[in-house]
Design a binder for this molecule. Structure first.
Ligand code: UN1
Length: 502
């Protein structure tokens, strides 16, 4: 496999090629920065331009391929991902740090997305409805859009690219794909598998690099559809550009997700949930639980049990068995988290555990940070409002469910929320009243499944959803056809009402 070589290439116009820029960047293991994974192309706008030219040719071929045949290729992608699940998980953990259990889950999400996409190739529904005129048919159907620009984050190196590319491809679009610069190896491995499964080479283009590449894709006039997952700040730039250029755009951005635990909750269950929600993926999920809202009756007991458990979490290399929390992805992420520790303390929150870089045996060469809990957090504090993207949990105390709901809704983001209770009425109220794209009852804020729509409200997104059936609407354009077989000119809205009282 060319992947074993240390200098990687882009995949453009059906070939693995060096970047026109001639420049490369290093990619290192966040658990051990002495471990160099490889040098990857630091591509520029010219590389993107070549990729888009080729993707236009790929689109012409691919759109003419029947959707069920496109789906069959995605099924083979799913089969190959299944065969290589362990190998891919190992590569991903080495590259971005989360534990093997989690990277296997990440690959599985890609497999689920592939098989779902395969079946969607046979279900690209339109509608046939009666015409208001005699001997005339009226129907709608779906057409592909063109070259899709796919810009993805590091935290789900496989699942998120598959969420975007597989439906885009089944709908008949071609893709120009830029994986996050922290996970280029996973991006390359995914593209290799797609090609091996039989995807025509010009239908997929892989361009490595930084935001320079993302920007060139977003600004390219021949890329009419863009899907971006990343920060709200970058998303705003992408949104402005796409708005100005009249592009179709799906944005998936930040979160500040809360778990609410009521006095009547099963506390053991809630405890398992919060540890997984807050510290899984080292807190680096858009869906991570970063706020814990506790009702007064259980606040003290729950918190002391939680702090004990958080302190006992085993940090380490995600590829070693027994590791529960891996490193942060890079130094910048670590510095950002450190900055929020200072902010939380300056704002008067109580640091109960963590709050510093983890050191000790096996940890000194990685970007490890201790699982951190702040108590006495007040609504409105920055650590309660802003996305930290690290293992930092802010705990707020409330008296009532109404107060908890208000705090849940009092942030600019709206991805996921969670409520632990035995009160079925409150559970349904929560689903109705919490301003999020997803609400979990008696489960943490993470754990979305590939066959349901995924996304958030407010500044988390721009109204589109990934996953499930809805994303197929995003990647296709509705076309309407009318067939008049009456043999005469029939004027809609006029001839059928001729002679009717006005
Ligand atoms: C993300 O955090 O960007 O629900 C995606 C979850 C995963 C997907 C998360 N299935 O946590």
């Amino acid at each position: 496999m060319p992947l074993s070589s240390r200098t990687f290439k882009n995949f453009i116009a059906g070939e693995w090629v060096a970047p026109i820029t001639g420049e490369y960047f290093e990619n290192r293991n966040p658990a051990d920065t002495d471990d160099l994974i490889g040098r990857f192309p630091l591509s520029g706008a010219e590389d993107v331009a070549r990729a888009v030219e080729s993707a236009k040719r790929g689109f012409a071929e691919w759109r003419a391929t029947p959707a069920p045949a496109r789906g069959d290729i995605l099924r083979r992608v799913g089969d190959l991902l299944t065969q290589r699940k362990d190998e891919l998980a190992d590569l991903m953990t080495r590259e971005m740090g989360k534990t093997l259990t989690e990277t296997k889950g990440d690959v599985q999400e890609g497999i689920d997305t592939a098989y779902y996409a395969a079946t969607m190739g046979r279900q690209m529904w339109g509608h046939t409805v009666p015409s208001e005129l005699r001997n005339k048919w009226a129907m709608s159907f779906r057409r592909p859009i063109g070259v899709a620009g796919i810009v993805t984050p590091f935290n789900f190196p496989l699942a998120i690219p598959t969420w975007k590319m597989f439906p885009a491809l089944v709908c008949g679009n071609s893709c120009v794909f830029k994986p996050a610069e922290d996970v280029p190896h996973a991006g390359a491995a995914l593209v290799e598998i797609m090609l091996e499964a039989g995807l025509p080479p010009e239908v997929i283009q892989l361009v490595h690099g930084t935001g320079v590449v993302g920007r060139a894709i977003v600004e390219h006039p021949d890329v009419p559809v863009i899907s971006f997952t990343g920060s709200t700040a970058t998303g705003s730039f992408v949104g402005e550009t796409c708005g100005r250029m009249h592009k179709r755009l799906s944005l998936e951005m930040g979160g500040k997700n809360a778990m609410i635990v009521m006095d009547d909750a099963n506390l053991d269950l809630a405890l398992d949930g919060i540890l997984w929600g807050a510290f899984g993926t080292t807190g680096q999920r858009c869906t991570a639980t970063s706020r814990l809202i506790l009702q007064g009756g259980i606040h003290d007991e729950f918190l002391s049990r939680l702090v004990q458990k958080a302190r006992a979490l085993k940090l380490g290399d995600g590829r070693k068995s027994g590791t529960e929390v891996g490193p942060l992805v890079n130094e910048r992420a670590l510095q950002k988290v450190e900055g929020y520790i200072d902010i939380g303390q300056a704002d008067g929150a109580d640091l109960l555990c963590g709050g510093r870089r983890a050191t000790g045996k096996g940890l000194d060469k990685g970007w490890y940070f201790e699982p951190t809990i702040f108590a006495r957090v007040e609504p409105g504090m920055r650590i309660e409002q802003e996305e930290i993207f690290g293992p930092v949990l802010s705990v707020v105390r409330v008296r009532t469910a109404d107060e908890a709901f208000e705090i849940n809704n009092g942030v600019k983001y709206g991805l996921s929320s969670s409520l632990y209770t035995k009160d079925v009425n409150l559970a349904f109220r929560a689903m109705n009243e919490l301003d999020n794209g997803i609400t979990y009852v008696n489960a943490p804020t993470i754990g979305a499944e590939a066959h349901l729509p995924f996304g958030g409200v407010k500044q988390t997104g721009n109204g589109h959803r990934e996953g499930g059936w809805e994303v197929y609407e995003f990647y296709s354009e509705t076309k309407v056809g009318y067939v008049d077989f009456s043999g005469a000119l029939q004027r809609a809205q006029i001839d059928n009402y001729a002679g009717a009282p006005t």
